[in-house]
Design a protein around this ligand. Structure first.
Ligand code: SF4
Ligand code: SF4
Length: 459
C-alpha cells in the first residue's frame, strides 16, 4: 500500500446494532434510520466484525488506532460481542500498535459486569445525559415513555465504582438550553464529568409540512413548527437532511450562543485546566492556530466516517443516507472508500460551499461555518447555505474573543491557560467593590454602557 494516496489515520464510528436502541428519545434522528434497512436484525455478523477490525488496523499508518463503538445503543450487542472484538484486535494488531477503545452509550444497561469489562480494557465510555432529572427526562425516555434518568445515574455509579474513564455528552434542546449553569454544575459536580460535550438538537422539517391540512401544523415562532405536529406527521421523512424549518423542540441559534456563554462564564472562573469542555478547547485551538480536533469547527472535514452493522460505510455519522453511502467494506477495502474522490469532495465541500457571508466573517477562523448538515438558512443578502446556528456562533465567539486571546497568549509563553482564572477573580473583586458604591443612575461599572439600575444594579 502506498502511503501518500491514503490518509494516515481517520475516525470511524461503528454501529454494531445499527440504529436500534432500548430508548426512544424524542429527538433522536437515528431511530428513523432503522427504515434504511427493512427486515434487518441489526446485528453486526462475526464475519463483518473481523473484516472491520482487520481493515481498520491495516488502514492506519499511525501507532495509535481508535476502535469506536456507537449506535443506536451498542451495549445491546452484549458483552460476548465486544470480547470477540478484542480477540480480533489481538489477532491483527501490528507490533507496537496501541489501540484505544471508546463507546458511546445511553448508560442504562451498564452494570457491574460491563463496568468491570470497560475497566479491564481501558475503554473510554461516553455517557449521554441531558442534565438534572427533570431536564434529562423531558425527552430521554424508554420505549414505554418512561423516564430514564435513574437508570443512567445507576450506570454512571457502576463506572465510577470501577474507576472507568468516562465523559458526558449532553444534547441541548428546548428543555435545558436556558439552564446553562444548572446543567454544567450538574455534570461537573453530580456526574463528576471532567470531559463535557454539548450537541445542539436541530430537527429539520420540510416546509411542505405547513401545507398539510390534516395536521395540526402551526408556526410557533418564525421558522419553527410545533413538535406535536412534527411527531404526528405520518409521512415523516426517512432522513433528516431536508427542510428549512425546525421543530420547536430544537434549540434556537441565539439560545445556543447564550448557553455556551453561560457555561463559559462559570468555567473560566474556576475550572480551566480541570474540566475539559470540548467547545472551549476547540475554540482555544483555533485561537492558537492549531487543528481544533473537532470537524464541526475545522476548515474541512471528511475523516469521521460511520460504519453500519452490515458493512456499509457512510461519509459521516450525520449523513447515514443513501446519497452518502460510499460502499461496503466487504466489497471494497475500507481505505479505498475513505480515500475515494467522493469522500474527499465531501470533506472539501465544507470549505468550498461556504457562502460569502461566512468567507468574510470576522470569526470564521474559529467557526468555519459549522457542520454542513446545519447549513440550511439564507444569509442576510439571500445566499443559501448559511448555518442555522450562525447567530449563536457569532455571539459566542465574539464573547470569548478577549479571554481566548489571553489564554492563547499564555500558551505561547509556555504558561498554563488556567492562569486566566486569577484575572477573572481579581476583576470580579474589583467589580464587586465598584457595585457596592455605584449610584442607581451612574453608568454600570461593568462597562455595558447602561445605567447601573438597568444593569447589575437591577436587583
Ligand atoms: S458533516 Fe459535520 S459532523 Fe460530519 S464530518 Fe463534516 S463537520 Fe463533522
Ligand atoms: S459565525 Fe456565521 S457567518 Fe461566521 S463563519 Fe460561522 S456561520 Fe459563517
Amino acid at each position: 500500500m502506498t502511503t501518500t494516496k491514503y490518509p494516515p489515520a481517520f475516525h470511524l464510528l461503528a454501529k454494531p446494532s445499527g440504529a436500534t436502541c432500548n430508548l426512544d428519545c424524542a429527538y433522536c434522528f437515528f431511530l428513523s434510520k432503522e427504515m434504511l434497512y427493512p427486515g434487518s436484525r441489526f446485528r453486526m455478523a462475526d464475519e463483518l466484525l473481523e473484516a472491520y477490525i482487520r481493515q481498520l488496523i491495516e488502514a492506519h499508518q499511525t501507532p495509535v488506532v481508535q476502535v469506536a463503538w456507537q449506535g443506536g445503543e451498542p451495549t445491546l450487542m452484549g458483552l460476548p460481542f465486544f470480547e470477540r472484538s478484542l480477540q480480533l484486535v489481538e489477532r491483527y494488531r501490528k507490533p507496537g500498535m496501541q489501540i484505544e477503545y471508546t463507546i458511546q452509550t445511553n448508560g442504562t444497561l451498564i452494570d457491574d459486569d460491563w463496568a468491570a469489562f470497560f475497566k479491564r480494557h481501558n475503554f473510554l465510555v461516553g455517557v449521554s445525559i441531558d442534565g438534572p432529572q427533570a431536564l434529562h427526562d423531558a425527552y430521554r425516555v424508554d420505549k414505554g415513555g418512561q423516564p430514564t434518568f435513574d437508570r443512567v445515574m445507576r450506570g454512571l455509579r457502576f463506572l465510577q465504582a470501577h474507576g472507568v474513564e468516562y465523559n458526558t455528552l449532553t444534547t441541548l434542546h428546548r428543555a435545558n438550553a436556558d439552564r446553562p449553569v444548572e446543567v454544567y454544575r450538574f455534570l461537573r459536580d453530580e456526574c463528576r464529568s471532567n470531559f463535557i460535550q454539548f450537541i445542539p438538537i436541530i430537527e429539520r422539517v420540510p416546509a411542505s409540512a405547513h401545507d398539510r391540512s390534516d395536521l395540526d401544523v402551526q408556526r410557533v415562532t418564525p421558522g419553527q413548527v410545533s413538535t406535536a405536529a412534527w411527531s404526528s406527521w405520518r409521512d415523516r421523512p426517512l432522513y433528516t437532511q431536508a427542510g428549512d424549518l425546525v421543530t420547536d423542540r430544537s434549540i434556537q441559534p441565539e439560545q445556543y450562543g447564550d448557553f455556551l456563554i453561560g457555561v463559559f462564564e462559570e468555567w473560566v472562573r474556576r475550572d480551566v485546566g480541570s474540566v475539559y469542555v470540548q467547545m472551549f478547547d476547540v475554540a482555544l485551538a483555533n485561537w492558537v492556530g492549531e487543528p481544533p480536533g473537532l470537524c464541526v469547527h475545522a476548515e474541512t472535514c471528511g475523516l469521521a466516517l460511520a460504519l453500519e452493522h452490515n458493512g456499509d460505510l457512510y461519509a459521516c455519522d450525520h449523513f447515514v443516507e443513501p446519497a452518502y453511502r460510499l460502499g461496503n467494506i466487504l466489497e471494497t477495502p475500507m481505505i479505498e472508500l475513505v480515500a475515494s474522490p467522493q469522500q474527499k469532495k465531501f470533506g472539501q465541500d465544507k470549505f468550498a460551499t461556504l457562502p460569502r457571508y461566512c468567507r468574510e466573517c470576522d470569526v470564521r477562523f474559529a467557526c468555519h461555518g459549522g457542520c454542513p448538515k446545519d447549513r440550511f438558512i439564507h444569509t442576510p443578502d439571500g445566499e443559501p447555505g448559511l448555518n442555522y446556528l450562525c447567530a449563536g456562533f457569532k455571539r459566542f465567539f465574539h464573547h470569548v474573543d478577549a479571554p481566548m486571546r489571553t489564554m492563547a497568549g499564555l500558551l505561547r509563553q509556555g504558561r498554563a491557560p488556567a492562569e486566566i482564572m486569577r484575572h477573572y477573580q481579581e476583576r470580579d473583586r474589583r467589580l464587586a467593590a465598584a457595585f457596592a458604591v455605584a449610584g442607581r443612575n451612574d453608568p454600570c461599572p461593568c462597562g455595558s454602557g447602561k445605567k447601573f439600575k438597568q444593569c447589575h444594579g437591577r436587583h
